[in-house]
Design a protein around this ligand. Structure first.
Ligand code: DC
Length: 231
């Protein structure tokens, strides 16, 4: 993929809180449509992870913005989907930890970091189309996207999903602690002054509580077809 965006390529934005199933849904929809995929959370996680590893202080905003601007990140296609490489090394596992998520949430509240990542995110807009997953895809990064989805699920359901994921990995956790963590992160992501989490105007709202991934993917694909973006 070249670095030059194609402003004419269609974009489907999928925004929503942690644990709403956005990542899985975005991946499956992109696969079904044969479109590119942008996991914007991975960019914020990469800034948080590399900042911690390089000893950059959480209050050193210019250094964090410089890191975001020069972020040595690449996305490589694999059999399972997409692998994220930092400085040429696959770091998928390290990027998915709770610590990386918390570090991402902190750097994501800084306007200079968000600004530094804008052009890089927009470079993903290429033919035949892009599915962009995040918090501000429909509101800030791709405000002109023809199709926007806002995916939610109750905090309890999201905590239960997270608990199941962790149990599968053999990681100990409690539902109460996960629920408290999800509520804290929701508050931080939606109450921050820059690019707070909110549904874009005209976004299709889907509450995935009690729905299977397949059902959500089906609804999103119907929505894309309704807009005449894919036959
Ligand atoms: O989707 P995720 O869990 O990988 O996101 C990690 C953090 O990054 C989350 O706290 C919110 C933030 N984020 C953001 O502010 N804007 C985005 N477009 C994507 C993620």
């Amino acid at each position: 993929m070249s670095d030059r965006p194609d402003p004419g390529a269609p974009v489907l934005t999928i925004d929503g809180p942690s644990g709403s199933g956005k990542g899985t849904v975005a991946r499956q929809v992109a696969q079904a449509l044969g479109w590119h995929l942008l996991d914007s959370g991975a960019l914020y996680r990469a800034v948080g992870l590399l900042a911690a590893e390089r000893g950059i202080d959480a209050t050193d905003v210019p250094a964090l913005a410089a890191l975001a601007r020069e972020l040595p990140i690449a996305f490589a296609a694999t059999d399972e989907g997409v692998s994220v490489r930092l400085e040429g090394r696959a770091r998928d596992h390290d990027l998915r930890t709770e610590e990386a998520g918390a570090a991402a949430s902190a750097v994501a509240a800084l306007a200079p970091v968000r600004d530094a990542l804008l052009a890089r995110q927009r470079a993903f807009r290429q033919a035949p189309g892009l599915v962009a997953d995040g918090r501000d895809m429909g509101t800030v990064v791709f405000p002109d996207a023809p199709c926007k989805v806002f995916l939610t699920a109750s905090a309890e359901e999201r905590a239960r999903r997270r608990l199941n994921q962790l149990m599968e990995k053999g990681v100990a956790a409690t539902l109460d602690a996960l629920l408290a963590d999800i509520r804290l992160r929701d508050a931080r992501d939606s109450e921050r002054s820059v690019a707070p989490l909110r549904a874009a105007d005209g976004a299709l709202r889907i509450d995935s509580t009690g729905m299977s991934v397949g059902q959500v993917v089906g609804q999103v694909l119907d929505f894309v077809h309704l807009h005449g973006l894919q036959s």
